[in-house]
Design a protein. Structure first.
Length: 237
């Protein structure tokens, strides 16, 4: 990888290791798929760190919330549109290294690329400076959304909405839900629903109503798509 640095990057990133900082800002299109040079591995690490920081924040900030409320609030705060705005506040868009084709296609403004880059930068900060520095960076750049959530001004989205936002941002595909099983007495029905992206099943859930089963399927799909994004990229693209 050609060494790269700039005054803007030095100001925007609290990372001493410049090679690590460069990797965090390098989209895979720039490296022609070289995993060691792109930011994809750092993105995975950063995603985990962000999830932990937000979960810890919500746990202490809202002691009266149950597990379901905490889980939905965390999912609302780590979705692509929120991390995209955080990346803009952090000054990351002009620093991202993209291929000419991706640049021409508007990649520098694409929510998925900006949110992925924010995650990668968090991963790099964690490796370079430790948990506290990564925590400070996350809470600083997500402060408007955290404050809005604490004040009740930010709605906590349901799993179906969050899944649709993710799949449209990442693959430009709308999830399809379908009932695959239905059993029990007329007054105690259980519905089993699966959700797919084109022909790929990504989640399955059950419940006493179709709506509840769909929410369960979407919740499972959010986990699956996060953990298997590269595989889904290859399947859908």
């Amino acid at each position: 990888m050609r060494f790269w640095w700039s005054r803007k990057a030095e100001t925007a990133l609290p990372i001493r290791n410049k090679t690590l900082a460069e990797q965090a800002l390098t989209h895979r299109s720039y490296t022609e798929g070289d995993l060691q040079a792109s930011n994809e591995r750092l993105e995975l690490l950063g995603d985990a760190v962000i999830g932990l920081v937000i979960a810890e924040y919500l746990f202490h900030r809202h002691p009266d919330w149950d597990q379901g409320q905490l889980s939905k609030a965390r999912a609302s705060l780590v979705r692509a549109s929120v991390l995209c705005e955080a990346a803009k506040r952090a000054g990351l868009p002009p620093l991202i290294k993209l291929s000419p084709a991706e640049e021409q296609a508007g990649g520098r403004e694409r929510a998925s690329i900006l949110s992925d880059t924010f995650e990668a930068v968090v991963g790099a900060i964690y490796l370079d400076q430790g948990y506290k520095a990564a925590q400070d960076y996350i809470l600083t750049h997500l402060q408007p959304e955290l404050q809005a959530l604490d004040e009740g001004r930010m709605p906590i989205q349901d799993y179906k909405s969050m899944l649709q936002e993710r799949t449209q941002a990442w693959w430009r595909v709308t999830p399809v839900y379908e009932v695959v099983e239905e059993h029990g007495s007329p007054h105690q029905r259980t519905f089993v629903v699966q959700v797919r992206l084109k022909d790929l099943v990504v989640g399955r859930g059950s419940g006493p109503s179709k709506k509840q089963a769909e929410q369960k399927a979407a919740e499972e799909a959010l986990q699956y798509t996060q953990q298997n994004r590269r595989l889904i990229d290859e399947t859908l693209c």
